[in-house]
Design a protein around this ligand. Structure first.
Ligand SMILES: Nc1ncnc2c1ncn2[C@@H]1O[C@H](COP(=O)(O)OP(=O)(O)OP(=O)(O)O)[C@@H](O)[C@H]1O
Ligand SMILES: [Mg+2]
Length: 296
């Protein structure tokens, strides 16, 4: 970025810059990570999709839960970051956020049996000591959505933990609060996605404290943080086609890669369908064309 900001952190997907004591710029790159390894090839439009979707959901939830997002509008970012308006390559992928002290948990909510949870259930019939009905198959719905936190690993893979362990990490009261917020957001989002024929199988929220208040941070209900299925294609026990990273993970798994760096090269046609899938997710969920989002 040619505007002069101190780079504070780069995650697998986002780059964080310091704006002032209270604010950060979070820039979503087009990097794609799978099995916690970042691919060499960027996925065109991915950063704008993640940012546009996060903005969409935070506006949807605004009356219910505060968020760290201040604005994605380049004109509103400009007074905080002079010169930003001219930096069109950052438009649409950048969020001005209030700096938060992150809760040391990944707050996962699951409505359907899938992913690592399905694998643990299939192997042990239970997950993290939670009593689950027997005979559930892949994609089956839980009676009520489950709050299944994991650790926020500094490096390597996040680990599923039970609620007692989660409480010992963040405290009982914060855990109860986080759980209530996340279950309520999941339920609202799932109902809203159902109206456009989509099933929210599971999603991960990250919360943090701003001025002593627990708020929604980071990305919200994106294809990177969520499993989203077309309702009419879901069959009990079968892997549904999905709008999230799963098709890419499936392609990777078929390459016989051992999931440690370096990742295999991703051919151009896979990059292209992956990009198209991200864009389709944005357009189906928001009902808007991605070209109408900032930076388009
Ligand atoms: N409002 C906020 N204030 C401070 N940090 C935030 C805020 N919102 C998100 N973050 C942090 O910014 C980072 C975003 O980077 P990114 O999503 O690329 O990370 P990641 O790959 O998911 O995880 P890791 O940080 O482990 O690499 C995360 O560490 C997230 O917890
Ligand atoms: Mg992240």
């Amino acid at each position: 970025m040619t505007v002069d900001l101190r780079h504070v952190y780069s995650g697998k997907v986002r780059d964080l810059y310091e704006v002032d004591d209270a604010h950060l710029l979070m820039v979503a790159s087009d990097r794609l990570s799978a099995f916690d390894v970042v691919m060499n090839e960027p996925i065109p439009e991915k950063g704008r999709v993640l940012t546009g979707l996060t903005n969409y959901w935070i506006r949807e939830f605004a009356s219910e839960v505060p968020a760290s997002l201040v604005s994605c509008d380049p004109a509103e970012i400009e007074p905080f970051v002079p010169g930003f308006l001219a930096e069109t390559q950052w438009h649409g992928r950048t969020m001005l956020v209030r700096r938060a002290t992150m809760l040391a948990l990944e707050c996962i909510v699951r409505g359907r049996l899938a992913g690592s949870y399905y694998e643990e259930y299939a192997a042990h019939g239970a997950v993290q000591g939670m009593a689950l009905p027997s005979g559930m198959k892949l994609t089956d719905a839980f009676e009520t959505p489950l709050f299944t936190p994991s650790t926020k690993a500094e490096s390597g893979h996040d680990i599923n933990i039970d609620l007692t362990t989660a409480a010992s990490l963040v405290g009982d009261e914060p855990l109860q609060q986080a759980m209530a917020i996340c279950l309520s957001l999941y339920t609202r989002a799932a109902a809203s996605l159902a109206e456009v024929g989509l099933i929210l199988a599971d999603t991960k929220f990250e919360l943090g404290y701003v001025d002593g208040e627990l708020v929604v941070c980071d990305e919200v209900l994106t294809p990177d943080s969520s499993r989203i299925w077309p309702a009419d294609r879901v069959r009990s026990g079968e892997t549904p086609p999905s709008f999230d990273k799963q098709p890419f993970r499936d392609w990777l798994s078929a390459q016989g890669w051992d999931r440690t760096p370096p990742p295999p090269d991703v051919p151009a046609d896979i990059v292209e369908v992956t990009s198209e899938r991200y864009v389709a997710c944005y357009e189906r969920v928001t009902g808007h064309s991605l070209s109408d989002w900032y930076g388009g």
